[in-house]
Design a protein around this ligand. Structure first.
Ligand SMILES: [Fe+2]
Ligand SMILES: [Fe+2]
Length: 169
């Protein structure tokens, strides 16, 4: 039988290949032609704004309060929300960087280094965050809430996530 939190775990699994791509782009950044580097940065930025950040908002607004109720304190989930804030900060930095990149001029060395720092940082931050979320927090939900009870929670999460999607092009 599927776990009560399977829907969120599936969502993470769907996000994961694109997040792995961040690490790939970071390691290739110095060798990519300028148009390809710009396209990869652009794609990573839009993916964060349109998919990852809406997912995080839905957790902050709907899921984490449920977890805080189970735990009896919001101290632990505040640490998770802090990770989401850091993802937003790095996403903004990536957004600024994409403006600095030109399609036809060789990217300056500092810009390539900056792209590397941000993309490796995002990869490590998001990987650690998803691991904590699944191993600790979703496991806690699975142990305390039935599948039927999680359904309205996930429907509200989907609604919040959709409200926050596709605002950036
Ligand atoms: Fe999260
Ligand atoms: Fe998540």
């Amino acid at each position: 039988m599927a776990l009560p939190t399977q829907r969120i775990r599936d969502e993470h699994a769907a996000l994961w290949p694109r997040i792995q791509q961040f690490r790939q782009t970071a390691s290739q950044a110095g060798d990519l032609p300028s148009d390809q580097l710009k396209a990869a940065i652009e794609e990573a930025y839009l993916f964060l704004e349109n998919r990852v950040i809406p997912h995080a908002r839905a957790e902050d607004q709907v899921l984490y309060p449920v977890i805080a109720r189970i735990v009896g304190s919001d101290l632990a989930t505040r640490g998770m929300t802090r990770d989401h804030v850091e993802v937003g900060t790095l996403a903004n930095e990536l957004g600024l960087l994409r403006v600095e990149l030109s399609e036809d001029e060789e990217p300056p060395r500092e810009v390539v280094e900056e792209a590397r720092r941000i993309l490796y940082g995002l990869y490590a931050l998001i990987k650690g965050h998803i691991d904590k979320e699944e191993e600790i927090f979703l496991t806690l939900v699975d142990a305390n809430i039935s599948e039927a009870e999680t359904r309205p929670i996930f429907d509200r999460m989907d609604a919040v996530s959709k409200q926050n999607r596709f605002q950036v092009a």
